[in-house]
Design a binder for this molecule. Structure first.
Ligand SMILES: Cc1ncc(COP(=O)(O)O)c(C=O)c1O
Length: 410
């Protein structure tokens, strides 16, 4: 395959001024990443600081109800609460070896921003995070966490004031500050070499999952599902399965966000509902109108709210190796509630989309088989959204006897 391409997708469609830092990064990826010393230092950080390996948890209650064994890959237990830390520790370490002193990042749900801020603090780098104004409102707690970790958060007021606009601002910043700054891109998308770099740093998820499945039930799973925003947790989970011929029979399902599901609503499902085009330096699937103007995206989960997707997913879809489906907001919220109550785990709304697809399609999944959902993050950041959409879920569950002897809700 042509360098930087996945089939016809990928490439590096950027202004001339962005080519020098991208070429410098490509060279650093080739020279530094494979080095034994680099791998050992990254491995030490992933284990000793971030908390790898993350468990593969069997869900006993849901498994009984569904008729197959449901396992969760617990990226929610990683330091800072999501898979994003696998990527930011790797890129921060790389940036340091490249002699950079500043990490710039974009963030949607805030998870990548928090993970970049933490990696920067740990490795002694400065950090600037660009975040759409709408997302700073939806994910206010993460703005505070980034600031606590020493990062400067710059709200972005342009466009739809979400992730797409934050990426535009971060790319502009990188053009101006490329001598001192590494752009720590948060997902397996964007211009070459980011899709490959981020996927490789996230592949630890799939590698661990394969080994954990073999030791838990002596085989590879029947089905693996992951949510797809820009595509990094799914790429990291899927890639080791795609690369391994023996894993050819494992069914891989990427789940996009369908928004409210009302006719004509905005979605975040470019693989299912978009068409090919160029955005943020890559040729991939996009939500765009007939004139090539990018359409606004929408999802109840800020981390999936993006009109594009990484080019490797466009290729996986076209080649037929991975299937992609859409889950709407209400389905994700239902799955969120069911996991809380059945298994005592509060998932991120992003990951709830992947879980929802499994719950909604349980009858068609192999009875007695083994299904893995990548639980890409925890739901602590989503409390305000849950309160807004599911107020009843937030009421006290128990009743208590009050002085008048009647039962009242507490
Ligand atoms: C918990 C969680 N899962 C998934 C995503 C989507 O990103 P990606 O598709 O790159 O994994 C995000 C993005 O912020 C996230 O916070």
């Amino acid at each position: 395959m042509k360098k930087g391409y996945f089939g016809e997708f990928g490439g590096c469609f950027v202004p001339e001024l962005l080519m020098p830092p991208l070429l410098e990064l490509e060279e650093a990826c080739a020279d530094i990443l494979p080095g034994e010393e680099f791998r050992a230092e990254l491995d030490g950080l992933l284990r000793g600081y971030a908390g790898r390996e993350t468990p593969l948890t069997l869900c006993p209650t849901l498994s009984r109800e569904l008729g197959f064994n449901l396992y969760l890959k617990r990226e929610d237990l990683l330091h800072t609460g999501a898979h994003k830390m696998n990527n930011t520790l790797g890129q921060a370490l790389l940036a340091k070896r490249m002699g950079k002193s500043v990490l710039a990042a974009e963030t949607g749900a805030g998870q990548h921003g928090v993970a970049t801020a933490a990696a920067a603090a740990r490795l002694g780098l400065s950090c600037v995070v660009f975040m759409g104004e709408e997302d700073t409102r939806r994910q206010a707690a993460n703005v505070m966490r980034m600031r606590l970790l020493g990062a400067e958060v710059r709200p972005v007021a342009g466009g739809t004031r979400t992730l797409k606009d934050a990426i535009n601002e971060a790319l502009r910043f990188w053009i101006a500050e490329q001598r001192t700054t590494h752009y720590c891109f948060g997902t397996a998308a964007g211009p070459h070499p980011f899709p490959t770099l981020v996927r490789d740093l996230q592949s630890v998820i799939g590698e661990e999952t394969k080994a954990q499945c073999r030791s838990a039930f002596g085989a590879l799973p029947d089905v693996v599902a992951a949510c797809v925003g820009g595509g990094s947790n799914a790429a990291g989970m899927f890639h080791p399965f795609v690369a391994d011929r023996a894993a050819g029979a494992v069914r891989l399902a990427g789940i996009e966000a369908g928004g409210t599901g009302e006719p004509g609503c905005h979605t975040s499902a470019p693989l299912n509902l978009g068409s090919p085009g160029v955005l943020h330096g890559q040729y991939s699937m996009l939500l765009q109108d007939a004139d090539g103007q990018i359409l606004p995206s929408h999802s109840v989960s800020a981390g999936l709210d993006y009109p594009g997707v990484g080019p490797e997913h466009a290729w996986f879809r076209k080649s037929g190796r991975v299937e992609y489906h859409v889950v709407v907001d209400a389905g994700a919220l239902r799955a969120f509630a069911r996991l809380c109550r059945s298994e005592g785990i509060i998932p991120a709304l992003e990951s709830s989309h992947a879980l929802a697809w499994v719950l909604e399609n349980a009858a068609a999944l192999p009875a007695g088989g083994n299904v893995v959902v990548n639980l890409s993050g925890r739901g602590d950041k989503d409390m305000d959204i849950i309160r807004e959409h599911m107020p009843d879920l937030c009421l006290p569950a128990r009743t208590a006897e009050k002085e008048d002897g009647l039962c009242h809700r507490q």
